[in-house]
Design a binder for this molecule. Structure first.
Ligand code: SAM
Ligand code: SF4
Length: 323
């Protein structure tokens, strides 16, 4: 459906949990509180919201979190979502730690693509960024190979950080080995991301152009998101940039978010949400649910104000929102 600024909203990011098995320092460092189990939407509640959203023209769903694969039954949810008439695409964003054990079942469930968050290939840096000391880069690369072998489209997402600014080319080189897109995400001033040093995407692009001088922008459509893509002859995959702060892409934003506690969140920057859980648990009809959803989507704000910290009203951390 069209929102008040005539943008076609056809994509919903669904957080299935605020829990995670990592503690990325820009997202959910040590000590963060979790929601109670009762506060989290049940899968049948999520599916009911998705049915209503499909009725309004939403066609693509991304399962995220927290870490979605720590919630039991995530694969079954994906299979059920894929079975909904009108759901054209269901994809997953994960830190990859549990992906190996779920990969075959996820492929069988019909998962269309996976984004794997991987900020570094260095064991010690991985520990510094995420708190996890058992990371093995060879496991991450083997997992990617398995995704490719299974025919599952995979992308790497790396947040640009002081820790990995010297590793941009090493991460991008994954796209030289495998048909995998590697995307660099500019740190957003949400939650702990607001207090950390931001590395400029232009700095990363300069480094990449020194390594691959023929790197050039491409207009190919590679996913549902706002990434700007670059290609080079030596690269099988593409290099992407998701730079919400320095290259605002709100005019073409096509998404809304559903938090794990059932809040419809039209824009990352603002705390304004619509409490769909209260509606569902208050016994609303399907028509009432869809009408509330329509209003919530229609009122999506025109643009974020990440450039003006005093105008950012969202103070929850990313794992509570669903990145
Ligand atoms: N746990 C899963 C993962 O890491 O992919 C899914 C949830 S995580 C919140 C989704 C994405 O948000 C990850 O790629 C993560 O790096 C990114 N992210 C978290 N906090 C961010 C921030 N402040 N700025 C930019 N990206 C952020
Ligand atoms: Fe967990 Fe993903 Fe947040 Fe890292 S970015 S703490 S893996 S939810």
């Amino acid at each position: 459906m069209l929102d008040q600024f005539d943008r076609n909203i056809d994509y919903m990011r669904i957080s299935v949990t605020d829990r995670c098995n990592l503690r990325c320092r820009y997202c959910m460092p040590e000590g963060a509180d979790y929601e109670s189990h009762e506060a989290i939407l049940r899968y049948e509640e999520i599916l009911r919201i998705c049915r209503a959203a499909i009725g309004l023209g939403v066609r693509k769903f991304k399962i995220t979190g927290g870490e979605p694969l720590v919630r039991r039954g995530c694969t079954e949810l994906i299979a059920a979502l894929k079975a909904l008439p009108g759901a054209e695409q269901v994809t997953l964003t994960t830190n990859g730690l549990l992906l190996g054990e779920h990969l075959d079942a996820l492929c069988d469930a019909g998962l269309d693509a996976v984004n794997i968050s991987l900020d570094t290939l260095d064991k010690e840096k991985f520990r510094r960024i995420t708190g996890f000391s058992l990371f093995r880069p060879e496991d991450a690369l083997a997992l990617l190979r398995r995704c490719c072998d299974r025919g599952l489209r995979a992308k790497i997402n790396a947040v640009l950080l002081p820790e990995n600014r010297d590793e941009v080319c090493a991460l991008a080189a994954i796209a030289a080995e495998k048909p995998v897109d590697v995307r660099f995400i500019e740190l957003m001033p949400i939650g702990f991301g607001g207090s950390l040093e931001r590395v400029s995407p232009d700095e990363a692009l300069d480094a990449l152009k020194r390594r691959w001088p023929d790197l050039h922008p491409t207009n190919e459509k590679r996913g549902n998101g706002p990434a700007r893509y670059y290609a080079a002859d030596a690269l099988l995959g593409r290099i992407g940039f998701i730079d919400a702060v320095s290259h605002r892409f709100c005019d073409s934003c096509n998404r809304v978010r559903l938090t794990s506690t059932g809040q419809l969140k039209p824009c990352l920057c603002f705390d304004s949400t619509l409490d769909l859980r209260a509606l569902l648990r208050g016994g609303c009809s399907d028509e009432q649910l869809q009408s509330a959803l329509r209003d919530g989507i229609f009122r999506k704000p025109r643009a974020h104000r990440f450039d003006l910290p005093q105008e950012i009203t969202e103070h929850r951390i990313m794992s509570q929102i669903g990145g």
